[in-house]
Design a protein around this ligand. Structure first.
Ligand code: OOG
Ligand code: NI
Length: 477
């Protein structure tokens, strides 16, 4: 089995397991499939502009949480076996008013064809045990001792994953063994939980207790992708499922969908075994998401400014977030894909149309031979696309039908939304002593801990754009 087949099998196995563990997830899958079928019937090919229906139907993201840099390194090895690489750095310690003492990355395929085959991704958080705002020296020491004694990932699973990474896949029986072994690492454990230890951590942070209060990890949620999240929200609510108050991320509006919109519902309490008898914990939840167009660095900076503007207007007026956000969006964001591209805010690739050559000659004939730069240096990608015609940028080629523009889907996460998802599912805000200073963490720390490069999603998309321009240049020159 090739890596993408291993990845697809892993995502399916986790989904089957999570469906058995959390029945509400099955309802969510069913409603998502219905919404997607309805959107497809209504909008046809347009509905598949941001991913084929096969991709979207199988698409999931999961979330897991680990306790130490070593556990992070190991889980990075497991995901590497499935062709999933660390992308992005998220610091959730300050992004939330609740105590969420973690930093995170997402493991996912990097290449466009790998994403198209199966885009399974896992949002992965690691506890920051030495952050004094949450843990004093004594608790830090006990926490690290507890974490140091547990083994989350059996050596055999790590070994198979390393081989799958090196060989780009695995044969029959070993492939099955890796998928089953890796899936089992994320099952809810039946091992007894020490109630006083769990409670001690819970008083500081429910997330810390979920990570460091038990001897295992588990898949925390598994999220399907839906083509109309507002409709999904309505239908789940009609079925009696209490969703969180709002959809996280960009608002509903008439313009292009950008980045990521997510919403969730709290999971029911699940029976768990404690050292002093049976009990229950309410740690897992359901989440659903809709993906839009990725933004460039400029687009992302604008998004962050728009978020701040929404906060300011809400603070002074108290109006609902969705309404204020839609208003700010209309004022700030271009209303069409083309305008988003012209403004350099959206991430796109370009490719030649089947009749590019004929259309280009028509275009050049219409422009005449008086191009001021005719005879200039040969084209270089990203600058002059058509030899001797520096004014003919990619937008002009798109307008003339020489090239088509294709949006790059946002494949990543949003720190604010992630913090909102964490927060809305906690019963207790926990404690953070802001008089003390936190420990510095950044993408460099994360990549040292992992022993792997952490890719920057904006840089990655830039590379995709550039590569497409280079290919277009070759085709038409
Ligand atoms: C992760 C929360 C973040 C998302 O979709 O933004 C997340 C967690 O609860 O461990 O999954
Ligand atoms: Ni999530």
């Amino acid at each position: 089995m090739q890596q993408w087949e291993l990845r697809a099998a892993f995502a399916r196995a986790l989904s089957d397991m999570y469906g058995r563990e959390v029945p509400a997830y099955q309802t969510l899958l069913q409603v998502s499939a219905e919404v997607n079928a309805d959107v497809l019937a209504k909008h046809g090919a347009d509905a598949q502009r941001l991913g084929s229906i096969d991709r979207v139907t199988a698409e999931r993201h999961g979330a897991i949480r680990v306790g130490t840099p070593e556990e992070l390194r190991q889980v990075g090895q497991i995901f590497a076996g499935f062709g999933m690489h660390p992308v992005g750095f998220y610091d959730l310690r300050d992004a939330s008013s609740s105590a969420v003492p973690v930093v995170s990355t997402a493991f996912r395929p990097l290449d466009a064809d790998e994403l198209a085959r199966n885009p399974f991704r896992v949002f992965t958080s690691v506890l920051v045990t030495d952050d004094r705002r949450f843990f004093d020296a004594d608790l830090q020491a006990r926490l690290e001792t507890f974490l140091g004694r547990r083994e989350l990932f059996p050596p055999r699973v790590l070994e198979l994953a390393a081989r799958a990474e090196a060989a780009g896949g695995l044969d029959g029986d070993e492939a099955d063994e890796l998928v089953a072994g890796a899936t089992a690492c994320f099952a809810l454990s039946r091992e007894p939980i020490d109630r006083s230890w769990y409670d001690e951590l819970s008083r500081i942070s429910a997330v810390a207790a979920d990570i460091g209060g038990v001897a295992s990890t588990h898949i925390n949620h598994l999220t399907p992708r839906v083509l109309d999240i507002d409709e999904l929200y309505r239908r789940m609510t009609d079925l009696g499922v209490t969703m969180i108050d709002e959809i996280q991320g960009p608002p509903a509006w008439e313009g292009p969908d950008v980045l990521l919109r997510q919403t969730s519902f709290r999971a029911l309490a699940e029976p768990r075994v404690f050292t002093d008898g049976p009990g229950e914990l309410r740690v897992r939840f359901g989440e659903v998401e809709a993906r839009g167009i990725a933004l460039t660095a400029d687009g992302r900076a604008l998004y962050d400014r728009m978020l701040a503007e929404v906060d300011t207007r809400r603070a002074s007026t108290g109006r609902p977030r969705a309404e204020v956000a839609a208003e700010v969006w209309r004022e700030s964001l271009p209303p069409t894909e083309g305008a988003l591209d012209h403004a350099g805010l959206g991430a796109f690739t370009y490719r030649a149309t089947p009749d590019a050559a004929a259309r280009l000659s028509t275009l050049l004939a219409a422009r005449g031979a008086d191009d001021p730069a005719a005879g200039a240096a040969p084209a270089t990608a990203g600058h002059t696309l058509v030899r001797g015609h520096p004014q003919l940028d990619v937008h002009a080629l798109v307008s003339a039908g020489v090239a088509v523009r294709e949006p790059i889907v946002y494949e990543d996460f949003l720190p604010r939304s992630a913090a909102g998802i964490f927060q809305s599912n906690l019963s207790d805000a926990g404690r953070r002593d802001d008089a003390l200073t936190g420990t510095a963490r950044d993408a460099g720390w994360l990549s040292d801990a992992l022993g792997r490069d952490v890719a920057d999603p904006i840089v990655r998309n830039d590379e995709l754009t550039r590569a497409s321009l280079q290919a277009l240049n070759l085709e038409i020159s």
